[in-house]
Ligand binder design. Sequence first.
Ligand code: MG
Length: 253
Amino acid sequence: MNFSKTFLSACFGIVAIGACAANPQVIAHRGYWKADGSAQNSIRSLVKADSIGCYGSEFDVWATADGAIVVNHDATINGITIQTSPASIVMPQGLHNGETISTLQKYLDTAKGLKTRIILEMKEHADKAKEEQVVKDIVALIAARGLEDRTEYITFSKEGLFNFIKYAPKGTPVFYLSGDMTPAELKAAGAAGLDYSIGAMRKHPEWFKQAHDLGLKVNVWTVNKEGDMKWCIEKGADFITTNEPELLQSILK
Ligand code: MG
């Protein structure tokens, strides 16, 4: 075989490998909040993530002092600490786009009419007994709306990870966010996989293959730069969570 034939066959091999690797799914981080009229964790961000065909829309939940589950990223909203304040104080609080903070119920009622998957992050609560009850309440709210097959749970809380695995229907994907468990440890725990930061995965690129060899999935957050997106795609990430879902979609095309 002459040089040019060897070169061409090597190129074809690379193209074939590329074509075989499945594209990662796109998850909008805190919804598609960069869209017009949107805000992080707003109802509109969920609707906008769905409107551009995201596989999933991620959002964060906290429980108020009296057990209402609300959608917000930070522990506080407008200076009010959600975990230690009653719903009567928390619920009137406004988001940047003019919506008020949403209950999980209202969020799910909207999600019910959409197609995008529900990537629900339960935030780590200080009171672990309360946190266990929050997991049970979340699972019940999802079940009441028949959304079990469209929901995936993620959390930084190790107790939360074990509790979602315990209380959600068998087979519900549960991912861990903290980056301090190996793929083998997550497999043993019964998790669906790892949902780790781009920094954690850059430090442990071997975790992509280790996870896949164990039958686990890999999600990477929050991947906003083109170079990081391409690296995750090359490494075979199953999901990429991003603030720039349309940029990622254009790269995947
Ligand atoms: Mg989150």
